[in-house]
Design a protein around this ligand. Sequence first.
Ligand code: AMP
Ligand code: ZN
Length: 492
Amino acid sequence: MERYKENQIKVYNSLSKKKENFKPITEGYVGMYVCGPTVYSNAHLGNVRTFMFFDIVYRYLLHLGYKVRYVRNITDAGHLENDADEGEDRIAKKARIEKIEPMEVVQRYTVDFHNVLKNYNFLPPSIEPTATGHIVEQIEMIKEIIAKGFAYEVNGSVYFDVLEYNKNEHYGILSGRKVEDLIHNTRTLDGQSDKKNPQDFALWKKADERHIMRWPSPWSDGFPGWHLECSVMSTKYLGEQFDIHGGGMDLKFPHHECEIAQSKTCSGKTPVNYWMHTNMLLLNSQKMAKSTGNFILPNEILSGENDILPKAFTASVVRFFNLQANYRSILDFSGEALEASEKGHTKLMEALNLLDKIESDKTSTFNVQEWENSCYDAMNDDFNTPILIANLFEAVKVINHIREQNASLTAPDLLAFKKALNSFVFDVLGLTNENHQANSEKINGVVELLIKLRKEARENKDWALSDQIRDELIVLGIQLKDGKEGTTFSVN
Ligand code: AMP
Ligand code: ZN
């Protein structure tokens, strides 16, 4: 369904710092790139917050009928300690400490990442490319940047010439940083660097003897700079210009600023139309981060094995907690906040369970269409999930009023109401109703048993019992259908 034709999304573009009407380059199609994890450790809940928001963007775009190519990479080389140009590769360091192969580190944490995403009901992206799978393309891009005069080689390493680029372009366009201030801020850190200017960043680094992750190149045996992979893989799979690029706010500088400079140098075009950045998840009022030890792992929340929370919580409750905040606001993680979300989540799911039992009436006392429109308005307004959730609670009130016979819906309205609620709760927000699923499995088991008993009754020519089973199931909204392959059923 091409719902996108009636739904104009507004996106807060971090580049213009304004909400803008979202207009994809090709009508009906969206290209979206999100920087993926560096697989040197388990993804923590802060990482999951960012990826979950883009899962929502992806889900909503699909719901509107867009054909989306969603690319989220795996960083398995080139990301050095402290996001810097000097120092050890994060993955190589882990491999050295644990005395295993770097690719074992990569495999272990990629598997863990996928396991978390599965537990938390993420949709898989369309393409999940890796940095190490695109070394050849990265070398080609460096050659192109050198040929255009915006990079230089020193002692086997290649650096992007920020001052040269900044003569005609604006380095700092996304992050608002000024090149002059960058000189001041980076000089002391980069004392022994080979760079011509401290603001320059690495495209290729020569590997020292200790560095195990290395590839041959025209300049040295070495490895690509961290920012390069995203320019290469976004261009390769989405083109020189694409619609949405996402990541956490902490990636704006230097990572995304450098991506713009690299891509623009090669294509001469502005690579991304809408930049979207998520705000940080905090724990104990500090950014959740692996480096400071201030973090909780998503699977530790599910198992309850952690020192932070009083008990275990389901993935859907954690999802609900995340989505109750706007993605551009900071969000504080705590046991109390999760418990409050759990209450809200239960209320919502109980209402959805009730909805199955509600009967229609002759008149409607609630305008379903207007309510549905306000759900779309919330999502169209820069994917405002907290407002959508507030609308869902309006629906909860209506369901409870109908149950108390203080409100009513006609059959078509009831059907539209159920359909819209289910789409927003399960398809768009990706929540799950564990009890409901468990109940439907039980119902299926019970109906199968009745089908078996009815078959036995018919074999014994006990037509009265066989008809009674069929008729009483119809009253409960369960229809049996006899066919060549046996009896099947549908639940209305
Ligand atoms: P990394 O694996 O460190 O490259 O991070 C993966 C993604 O998680 C990036 O988009 C980061 O910006 C994001 N991220 C890291 N820490 C947090 C946090 N505390 N809250 C939200 N997003 C985060
Ligand atoms: Zn990236």
